[in-house]
Design a protein around this ligand. Sequence first.
Ligand code: NAD
Length: 284
Amino acid sequence: MSERAAVVGAGTMGNGIAHVLAQHGWDVTLVDVAPAALERALATIGTNLDRQVKKGALAAEAKAEILGRIRPATAMGEVRGASLVVEAATERKDLKLRLFEELDAAADAGAVLASNTSSISITEIAARTTRPDAVIGMHFMNPVPVMQLVEVIRGHATSDATTARTMALARALGKVPVEVNDYPGFVANRILLPMINEAIFCVMEGVAEPEAVDTVMKLGMAHPMGPLALADFIGLDVCLAILEVLHQGLGDDKYRPCPLLRRMVAAGHLGRKSGRGFYPYGDR
Ligand code: NAD
């Protein structure tokens, strides 16, 4: 019998994590409070599997088998029986703290409780449970089926055993895990967001137009995507929230969010998802 994992939150990241787990033989319970999110997630996973089949990366028969391993659910109690729980719900601290109290009550003893948070302290999340040694960050990158990295974040009380299990789990999913400690932004966002912020300062100060900034970084630094196009992809509201965490958590003004970023978020220009950010996205 294959092992069961539970993924809590069926949005952008949750559907990708469920996809990768099921593709690697796990039975997956995908939990979301919104039934519509579960429907969308299954449709997205189907479309992404089709793409893999078209590219020759997956046998056509595998699609139904993989989808058949994913069981949608709306109640947190459904995480019972999972040896791995990955939380990928909305990035709100109050929500995650409450969710981990619920997960602690519902999940099996011995399960690894992982959070895919981009910026919330794993130590604080873990402290809400009776088993902080079993709580860890498992920070997948978007799009999950494509990106190789998993940042594995050790909270203050995370045990060596939980860390070793999580590193091995990530490798078994075909990913490359990197172990980091729990400080604001971990490593990925601590380095990425100040770069994006500086690119926005360049635009605000009239140093260069967005296209020019992105071209410099693509052709000059061999980045596959310019920082402003990437900011639009991530979501400008998400970028702002992560910068606030860095600024507050590290207490250094070098992380202060650029006023232009604040202004664009206030205007509702959030990037791809709102149809407009540093670039227009006409179809939304
Ligand atoms: P999203 O908004 O696409 O999806 C979040 C989902 O969580 C929604 O479907 C929502 O209905 C669900 N949800 C909310 N409350 C819930 C609850 N109590 N129980 C179960 N489900 C609940 O968000 P996302 O972009 O997938 O982000 C999820 C997590 O992954 C966040 O912590 C985010 O910081 C992190 N992350 C995001 C990215 C990215 O590029 N989007 C990259 C790395 C990490």
